[in-house]
Design a protein around this ligand. Structure first.
Ligand code: AMP
Length: 249
């Protein structure tokens, strides 16, 4: 069974994101970019499936600019077998990505597609669900445990206040939650080996998809600045401030 893992190049999660002065988006110039953290978890899970003898091949796919190849190389260095790069400059929305992934799924015929539950740049949490609908496949989202059975997956999902365990038939879509696994670091020898692994090139047009956005971003704003705290002398002063200034008691 083949496993397809879509990986997105996003602003590194350690970067303090700055909003552009004209409020049209966030500053991307000279900003460190990395693989979306939930996608690292997806790559790790796919590699573990291969190591356990349950998957034959792991294919990493990225839709993005030329630099998205680096993201695919990271997946290859972690242990994915090959990559597919769909070259597209500029923003691409979940529906367009899902349509491109659908075209690739039809070509590659994977048994499982594992995506991140959300990309940390757009926070959409849509691509996996849309892909599942477009393909008519089962989906198990927010997975914290995945067990592969015969023609089915048993997936534990993180839901508000607890866990839910579901069974889905394969082929299926899985999206990863934070506690599914701890992704490995690529070793130096594996980074070197990854340079020789193949990355196929494609374009949205070749996959029959129009990537033009359907949404217009009207405005992006910073969250309100946090105000500094104050030290109080005693409990009486704290109570007085909570009552008269914060007005919360
Ligand atoms: P989103 O729906 O944008 O929050 O993204 C959810 C997941 O879809 C991500 O974690 C990736 O696995 C996948 N995905 C989204 N955009 C892309 C992209 N441009 N290239 C590859 N995978 C993507």
């Amino acid at each position: 069974m083949k496993v397809l893992v879509p990986v997105k190049r996003v602003i590194d999660y350690n970067v303090k994101v700055r909003v552009k002065a004209d409020q049209t988006g966030v500053e991307l110039a000279n900003v460190k970019m990395s693989m979306n953290p939930f996608d690292e978890i997806a790559v790790e899970e796919a590699i573990r499936m291969k190591e356990a003898g349950k998957a034959a091949e792991v294919v990493a796919v990225s839709v993005g600019p030329a630099q998205a190849q680096e993201t695919i190389r990271t997946a290859l260095a972690m242990g994915a077998d090959r990559g597919i790069h769909v070259l597209h400059d500029g923003e691409v929305e979940p529906l367009a990505v899902a349509k491109m992934l659908k075209a690739l799924v039809e070509k590659e015929q994977p048994g499982i597609v594992i995506l991140g539950k959300q990309a940390i740049d757009d926070d959409c949490n849509q691509t996996g669900q849309m892909l599942s609908a477009l393909l008519g496949w089962s989906q198990a989202t927010f997975a914290s445990k995945v067990e592969i059975g015969d023609g089915e997956l048993t997936v534990t999902r993180e839901v508000d206040g607890g866990l839910e365990t579901v069974k889905v038939k394969t082929p299926a879509i899985v999206t990863t939650d934070l506690r599914l696994n701890e992704p490995r670091y690529a070793s130096l020898p594996n980074i070197m080996k990854a340079k020789k692994k193949p990355i196929d090139q494609s374009t949205p047009a070749e996959l029959g998809v129009d990537p033009a956005p359907r949404l217009a971003t009207l405005k992006v704003t910073e969250p309100p600045k946090r105000q500094g705290g104050v030290k109080v002398a005693d409990v009486a002063e704290l109570v007085s401030k909570l009552k008269n200034e914060a007005k919360v008691i």
